[in-house]
Design a protein around this ligand. Structure first.
Ligand code: PBG
Length: 327
């Protein structure tokens, strides 16, 4: 017999041994479901590039959030699809704007059984599709945009949101929103900073989901996919400005950035498995080229392993169901 005292395969011999030695686990409570609500919709509208995902009506959203809560997911992240858009995205700050109405509906329905989260960004609400307002030369005006984010944050807090997801990538957005909320007494509303949000091709299907009007790109405010150090820098800045949670987005192509941020952050780190990541797996699975359940489970496990404490994923409810079966 070969004398081989060190045999890593010993710990892989049985399912029980593998279960006992697993380093990473995924729990339903660590999953957040992103959801879309469309103004004026009377029933859910399918999103063709995201099979299985829909633009909800206000009623179907309420029902779907209840189902998510029953599945044990940790939270939901709401995105609004307004009927009318203008240069400043004014519907974002209107208490009767679709996202703010949906927040009220959802909080009334599920209370604090899940963490009700709102996307805080202007891109769904502006007619030009940028995440901020434009200066006279057509460039995204950072500081003018902060004033709109402050107003949008107040509208979302008044509508009952528990956590606001700052996804616009304006400099100083966390500090500006924190100050506005605190001045108005909303000291308990938490802020999730999309700290390291990259200018990614993997947002493609999302643009269909929110009927984005963007022509051009977001490279003057979202990060260059070439940059790793800059992702960590953004996270450090956002924590200093008062972020309660920092996020890396997309997830699967940025696991190095995620690991870096997880190593340095003193607040929880989340990752967003975005629409294009979802669409790729669904498309390959529909062709029979990949094992759907295995690929979904492995992808979310990998994001957790790289350092995310929670994962925003369109598979949250389905995956939560599988995880419960497995227990
Ligand atoms: C911007 C926003 C985007 C996503 C979440 N928030 C799109 C963008 O930056 O262009 C993308 C999410 C996804 O692709 O699933 N409000």
């Amino acid at each position: 017999m070969t004398h081989l005292p060190i045999r890593p395969r010993r710990l892989r011999t049985t399912p029980a041994m593998r279960r006992l030695t697993a380093e990473t686990h995924v729990l339903p409570s660590q999953l957040v479901l992103p959801m879309f609500v469309r103004e004026g919709a009377t029933e859910p509208v399918a999103i063709s590039s995201m099979p299985g995902q829909v633009q909800h009506s206000r009623d179907s959203l309420r029902a779907a959030v209840t189902q998510a809560a029953e599945a044990g997911v940790g939270g939901v992240m709401l995105f609004g699809v307004p009927a009318e858009r203008d240069a400043t995205g004014s519907a974002a700050c209107d208490p009767d704007g679709v996202l703010n109405l949906a927040l009220r509906d959802v909080v009334a329905e599920v209370g604090d059984a899940v963490v009700v989260q709102a996307d805080l960004c202007l891109d769904e609400f502006t007619d030009h599709g940028h995440c901020g307002v434009l200066d006279p030369r057509g460039r995204v005006d950072n500081d003018a945009t902060l004033e709109h984010y402050r107003a949008m944050a107040l509208a979302q807090a008044r509508a009952g949101a528990h956590l606001l997801g700052l996804s616009g990538m304006m400099d100083g957005q966390v500090a500006a929103v924190r100050e506005a909320l605190d001045e108005a007494g909303h000291t308990d509303v938490a802020l999730l900073a999309y700290a390291a949000k990259y200018a990614s091709a993997f947002y493609g299907p999302f643009r269909e989901a929110v009927e984005s009007t963007l022509s051009g790109n977001r490279r003057s405010y979202q990060l260059d996919p070439a940059n790793r150090r800059e992702g960590a820098r953004e996270a450090v800045l956002d924590v200093a400005e008062g972020a309660d949670v920092v996020m890396v987005k997309p997830a699967m192509s940025y696991l190095d950035v995620l690991a870096d941020v997880a190593a340095l952050s003193e607040v929880p780190v989340w990752a967003y498995q975005v629409s294009g990541e979802y669409a790729m797996v669904e498309a390959a699975a529909a062709q029979g080229w990949i094992d759907r359940r295995g690929a979904i489970t492995e992808s979310v496990l990998g994001i957790r392993r790289a350092g995310a404490e929670a994962v925003l994923t369109y598979w949250a409810v389905e995956l939560a169901g599988w995880l419960r079966e497995g227990i």
